[in-house]
Ligand binder design. Structure first.
Ligand code: SAM
Length: 277
């Protein structure tokens, strides 16, 4: 969609973009094609978060077996219905993505899916935490993010931005930059620069159901040691000591300095020690 297409569609429906919902619509057709090529939805169903007026949706529908799009705004839903209701491979869910039960979407997204989104930037972290801790069989993702938020996915141990998001993303996916987009490529223009990151699932890595708990406990107080964070999470002295020993981790280490593999080890060993906590 071009800026002229977006303005015409909004005017035809009497709608003003809702900035509180992060409505900065992609007005760059080449960029939409590049994002879709990066996520390569051929033969896959796609989960799209925040389809808006459908700039990415229309390209995704040309390639994917199905597009399941979750949009919160009733005005956008009206427009999306008017554009794509005749397309059998389009499934529109009118809901807040943060409240959607992803289990209910899995029949559409099994046995493997891809995720594409020009994210509403005000809730980038909770959306991505939901995706990264879900059991959805995600093969690839192309996510458009505020530039500063993108750094939190690729941050290395020891840096200020390193945290649960980086650990989860790097543990499960190889992350590559796809492109950068200045504000002029959107209507209305945001005040920030954007980038698209591509996430490709690592083949040899199993999902660890306890990893979110490990990250919540160990990063709870960034400046505290692992031992003290485990104690604050309810572990006994012996339980915390035994868990760290089993994982070969020094009690005085801090979460912010450990690589994703250390958290995976903690997650693998977590349960028997947690029960003794
Ligand atoms: N995908 C479109 C595009 O690229 O032009 C729109 C992207 S716009 C940056 C973000 C979209 O997410 C808007 O349509 C907005 O209404 C929607 N949105 C905001 N919060 C949401 C939420 N909690 N759940 C689902 N959609 C949401």
């Amino acid at each position: 969609m071009t800026t002229a297409d977006i303005k015409a569609l909004l005017q035809a429906h009497g709608i003003v973009p809702n900035r509180a919902l992060g409505q900065n619509f992609l007005a760059d057709e080449a960029a939409a094609q590049t994002i879709v090529a990066a996520v390569n939805p051929n033969q896959f169903p796609v989960l799209e978060i925040g389809p808006g007026l459908g700039a990415l949706t229309e390209v995704l529908l040309q390639h994917a077996t199905r597009v399941v799009a979750v949009e919160i705004d009733a005005a956008m839903v009206r427009i999306l219905k008017s554009r794509f209701d005749d397309t059998p491979s389009f499934t529109l869910v009118h809901a807040d993505f943060l409240k959607v039960d992803l289990e209910q979407l899995s029949p559409f997204l099994d046995p493997a899916c891809v995720v594409a989104a020009n994210l509403p930037y005000y809730i980038t972290t909770p959306i991505c935490m939901k995706l990264l801790t879900s059991s959805l069989p995600i093969a690839r993702m192309a996510l458009m993010l505020q530039k500063e938020a993108a750094d939190r996915f690729t941050a290395l141990p020891g840096s200020r931005q390193y945290g649960p998001l980086a650990v989860l993303a790097q543990r499960y996916f190889s992350i590559t930059p796809c492109m950068a987009l200045p504000p002029a490529r959107y209507y209305p223009q945001p005040e920030v620069d954007s980038v698209v990151l591509t996430f490709t699932q690592k083949d040899d890595v199993l999902r660890l159901p306890t990893l979110p708990n490990v990250l919540a406990a160990t990063f709870a107080m960034r400046r505290k040691t692992l031992f003290n964070n485990l104690r604050a999470a309810g572990f006994s002295k012996d339980g915390a000591t035994a868990l760290l020993e089993a994982c070969g981790l020094p009690p005085a280490a801090r979460a912010e300095s450990l690589p994703p593999e250390s958290f995976a080890r903690l997650a693998e060993c977590w349960e028997p020690f947690a029960f003794k906590a």
